[in-house]
Design a protein around this ligand. Sequence first.
Ligand SMILES: [Zn+2]
Length: 254
Amino acid sequence: MARNFQTPGIILKNNRFGEIHKGVVFLSPEQGLVDAVAYGAFSPKGKLRSVTNPLCTGILFLYRDPVKDTRKITDMDCREFFEGIRASVAKFFTASVWLETVLRTFGGDARETYDLLLRCLRLLDGGTEEEAPRLLALFLWRHLEGSGTAPDLRDCGRCGRTRKDRDVFHYLRGNPGFLCSECAHSSGALESSVPLSPGALAFLGHASSRELETAARVGLDAGSLEGLKRAMLWLAEDLAGRPLASIRAGEGIL
Ligand SMILES: [Zn+2]
């Protein structure tokens, strides 16, 4: 790899080190998750100060130290700030869950993950706050599919029985697959389970089979959405193998 290189990227996370330096993790469609340093980016006059914050998306210019194998951000051409997301608490917490989920669970195809995240951020940015919970579920479901861990929508994950159109499925925390009502009840762990209505399951079916922007327009009643959202957030944490701070922080808002 050349010492100086550039790549598109979405900034996922910052951390401070020293007085004024900023550690930056970003997602590149070419290189996956990249750790880099923006020297001086926390100083009041640092030119990289605002363009290297989480959500900033554009072209990053970097220098790679071949001896230490570290990366330094020399410049960033930030093309999308996502002001519509930053201006809304509900949208901001939704995006925060996406960024942390990618950070903690990335392992698949970088280009596919980058494309999914960027398109979902654009939908969230330009959409209404009411759409945020559906977009939250849509992103997480597509991400689970990309990681090969999305539960089957047709057959019970325990007994294998095929679901009929009006049947409810249940998601039991920590269990692979969605379960039919009989299997869910016999497991006796209903406090850590959520029902997935036929509407919620149809929503996921559309999320799988349709173009993202089309799937984002599929509506869902409030009760179904509540169960779906809870299941998706639990699945994201299951995939991460740990609680996600952004979900805790967004409790009551997400
Ligand atoms: Zn079953």
